[in-house]
Design a protein around this ligand. Structure first.
Ligand code: SF4
Length: 398
């Protein structure tokens, strides 16, 4: 097989890329199409969604093309991060990304995959995961990821984007009850995907969500398309400066399907990926960036790895953002913030802080720790408890 890598010259770049890979070969009139863009989360209208969610221009062009090919029905479907305390859900993501406006203009139904119904599958370690039936029952699934490095999975392209097809509970299980990278590889064997159109208009550093860093989103100006998700992931990860051999979920998937990770073995039609590859970080330093922005010193957060749910990560980000903003220029004088199942406070830390149910349960023996309960912890509680403990010197009743 082959992939197409085309320089963006307007929305017709999508049709040129799809023609180049003979994308419509098996497409019959009357086909029911499901489009799964990357709409990871909703957000404030004050923050740009560029490089975080799939561009409406790319998604809109795919809609136009499948209709031209005689699709029987077209639906846009996603299961975004759900955080009720922040009023974030799939509907918020449709709105923030501009996909809701596109859907209204083009009269396309939107489906929230988090609402099910689901079919249950078993991973090789017997973890049960639920996949939305809407995806399993569509005749033709088109995956539209956004090119990003990812603070837990190194990169996120086609394979990782399909995590949005899982129930919210199953997304959580991927972090907490099984190995995230292996789970991504294995659920991709259950989820159909006939075509991948990677929105590589941008290359985003340390995704999947905004970090607030000025240059987080870089211009790339490309569309990458292919029928085979592994090939797109190999090329996409290379563009992000992360060879596929160093991206565990891609390695596992290649092993499962006996595919190749070798870029040289992929026929790339159009642009040469070597001319566009950038070097991006993937490990998150969001707390350091936030502290620098608000001149707060004296806190640190050890890397939490994969065993922390996305919901926890988002809520901690929101709670700590409000905390840093409220206490600009403050020296906290030594607090170590621990979250997830794998992090233990160091012996020399003056104030250990345990964020969320998992960190509290895993560190029961740690004395004098500030504890922020919740699963995930509420952002307002994070701010409130840290303010009491780290600013006012009052240990909240726990
Ligand atoms: S506390 Fe956080 S990491 Fe643990 S299960 Fe709840 S949301 Fe996930």
């Amino acid at each position: 097989m082959s992939v197409a890598l085309m320089k963006w010259t307007g929305s017709d770049t999508v049709s040129k890329a799809l023609e180049a890979i003979n994308a419509w070969e098996a497409f019959e009139p009357g086909t029911n199409v499901l489009i799964k863009p990357n709409l990871v989360m909703g957000g404030s209208p004050k923050i740009s969604c560029s490089g975080i969610t799939a561009s409406p221009e790319v998604v809109g062009e795919v809609v136009r093309l499948v209709r031209k090919m005689g699709a029987g029905s077209v639906v846009i479907a996603e299961g975004s991060v759900e955080l009720p305390t922040l009023k974030l859900d799939t509907a918020a993501a449709f709105k923030w990304s501009g996909i809701q406006a596109l859907a209204e203009k083009e009269d396309i139904p939107l489906t929230d995959l988090n609402k099910g119904p689901f079919r249950t599958f078993e991973l090789s370690d017997h973890t049960e995961i639920e996949i939305a039936k809407a995806v399993l029952e569509a005749d033709f699934v088109i995956n539209i990821p956004v090119l990003k490095t990812h603070n837990q999975t190194v990169t996120t392209v086609c394979l990782k984007n399909l995590k949005g097809c899982l129930s919210t509970e199953s997304k959580k299980k991927c972090h907490m009850e099984t190995d995230l990278n292996r789970a991504i590889a294995e659920y991709n064997q259950f989820i159909p995907c006939h075509l991948n159109v990677v929105d590589a208009l941008t290359a985003t550093e340390i995704g999947p969500t905004p970090t607030g860093k000025k240059d987080q989103v870089r211009e790339m100006g490309l569309i990458l398309a292919g029928k085979e998700r592994l090939e797109c992931d190999v090329v996409g990860s290379f563009l992000l400066g992360c060879p596929a051999e160093e991206v565990p979920h891609i390695v596992h998937y290649a092993e499962l399907i006996e595919g190749s990770l070798n870029l040289e073995e992929i026929t790339v039609i159009g642009e040469d990926p070597r001319q566009y590859s950038v070097t991006l970080e993937y490990l998150s330093s969001w707390l350091e960036d936030m502290m620098e922005k608000y001149a707060v010193v004296g806190m640190r957060m050890p890397p939490y790895g994969n065993r922390l749910c996305s919901a926890c990560g988002f809520n901690l980000w929101a709670g700590l953002f409000a905390f840093c903003r409220a206490h600009q220029g403050t020296d906290i004088q030594g607090a170590e913030l621990c979250a997830g199942l794998d992090v233990t406070p160091s012996n020399d830390t003056p104030t250990p802080v345990l964020l969320g149910k998992c960190a509290i349960q895993e560190n029961k023996g740690v004395e004098g720790a500030v504890k922020v309960p919740g699963c995930p912890p509420d952002p307002a509680k994070v701010t409130e408890i840290l303010t009491k403990a780290l600013i006012e010197g009052e240990m909240p009743q726990q």
